[in-house]
Design a binder for this molecule. Structure first.
Ligand code: GDP
Ligand code: MN
Length: 378
């Protein structure tokens, strides 16, 4: 689950990381009031679940409350990476002497939290990672011991020659590490970790991604979810108990099992198509899930063909077939449907589908090729 910057800032602040104050506005007038209360120059920042806001024009400095209101008016309603800005953060503008990067992510390869730091922080960190990876220092942390002081200090000295600043950065890294465990994060990032001309080290941007599997243990974090900031189809899928990720392609995929869903997406790409989504209808046998899934997929205007790929095990093919028939009775499909199913109760499923006027395939390659072709001609 993604959090907004202002929520991530609160989490960092609670761990004792120096983060400037600030408040959230949903209207230019609110932004003006916050700027008045803070006094002096402020920064107005789009709160959307996307990086690169600075480059997209979603981060603006204002010298006074009137300018803050004007920037808020421009930023609210703006779209950044397909997401509409509904809130802005108004915070005191910091004077920046240098920008570093500090991040912790759970690395599956080393099966450990990995701390990454770079003195080349700021808005071009992705380019640094791609073109000068040696400027990013990594440390895999042994979770049994946590991030030790000497390790954090060693990394702090990669960021700052000044020992006081290196110590401050080390302190921030240890607190960020604690934050990861406190909220169940899979990623926690500060970029920029800025120094001011006076020498203070502060976090000016924060990104925290929560591991969905941790939400049950952290109801106070789960309550931070902003469904308005997510793709509507993903919200609907979550409510229906489906594992769904919206993608940009034209072949809607309805598959049982995450592994088969990924294999299906690979094959769609292999045959020259683009999947419109990742969807795992799960291992259970429930026609309603198929109805919900079809509703979500057909609501996506980018979908040109729908591919069912079902390997019947615990999921019974006849249940899926019934779900398809029920769904198409409830709402007409505006795109062609290609069905591949094999396994438990396959013969019964074919009978149900044939009676309802559908045909079904058993070969996965053939089905995928057909769906890709239909998406192209539709
Ligand atoms: P991002 O582009 O989505 O990562 O948004 P950031 O919050 O990191 O802001 C982008 C850039 O705006 C930063 O790298 C800074 O250079 C600049 N910026 C952000 N906050 C401030 C601030 O308080 N003062 C100044 N001078 N620049 C800021
Ligand atoms: Mn940033």
């Amino acid at each position: 689950m993604n959090l907004h910057e202002y929520q991530a800032r609160d989490i960092l602040r609670r761990q004792g990381i120096p983060v400037p104050p600030g408040d959230v506005a949903e209207t230019p007038e609110q932004a003006r009031a916050i700027a008045e209360r803070l006094g002096g120059g402020v920064v107005v920042k789009a709160q959307v679940h996307a990086g690169g806001r600075g480059k997209a024009g979603g981060v603006k400095l204002a010298r006074n409350p009137a300018e803050a209101a004007a920037h808020a008016a421009a930023i609210l309603g703006m779209t950044i990476k397909g997401l509409t800005v509904r809130k802005v953060l108004v915070a005191p503008a910091a004077e920046i002497a240098s920008e570093s990067y500090v991040g912790i992510l759970v690395d599956r390869a080393s099966q450990r939290p990995v701390l990454m730091v770079s003195a080349a922080g700021g808005i071009d960190i992705e380019e640094v990672a791609a073109q000068a990876p040696e400027r990013i220092h990594r440390l895999a942390v042994d979770p049994r011991y946590g991030l030790l002081r000497h390790q954090a200090l060693g990394l702090g000295l990669k960021l700052y020659r000044d020992v006081g600043q290196a110590r401050a950065a080390a302190d921030i890294m240890q607190r960020l590490y604690a934050a990861v465990y406190a909220v169940g994060a899979s990623l926690a990032e500060i970029n920029p970790l800025a120094t001011t001309p006076a020498g203070a080290v502060t976090a000016l941007d924060a990104k925290v991604v929560i591991d969905d599997n941790e939400l049950e243990r952290h109801p106070e974090i789960a309550a931070l979810r902003d469904s308005g900031g997510e793709a509507p189809s993903e919200v609907a899928a979550r409510e229906a108990g489906l594992t769904f990720i919206k993608l940009e392609g034209s072949v809607g995929c309805c598959v049982n099992g995450a592994g088969l869903a990924m294999a299906t997406m690979d094959l769609v790409k292999f045959y020259g198509g683009e999947p419109a989504n990742f969807l795992d209808i799960g291992g259970s046998s429930n026609p309603q899930k198929v109805v919900d899934a079809l509703k979500i997929i057909t609501a996506d205007p980018g979908v040109r063909a729908i591919l069912f790929n079902i390997f019947g095990g615990i999921t019974r093919c006849d249940d899926v077939a019934n779900g398809i028939v029920q769904a198409t009775r409830q709402f007409p499909l505006r795109v062609p449907l290609v069905i591949r199913l094999t396994g438990t109760n396959e013969a019964l499923a074919v009978q149900i589908l044939t009676q309802a006027g559908f045909s079904a395939l058993t070969d996965m390659d053939e089905a995928v090729q057909r769906a890709v072709a239909q998406a192209r001609t539709a």
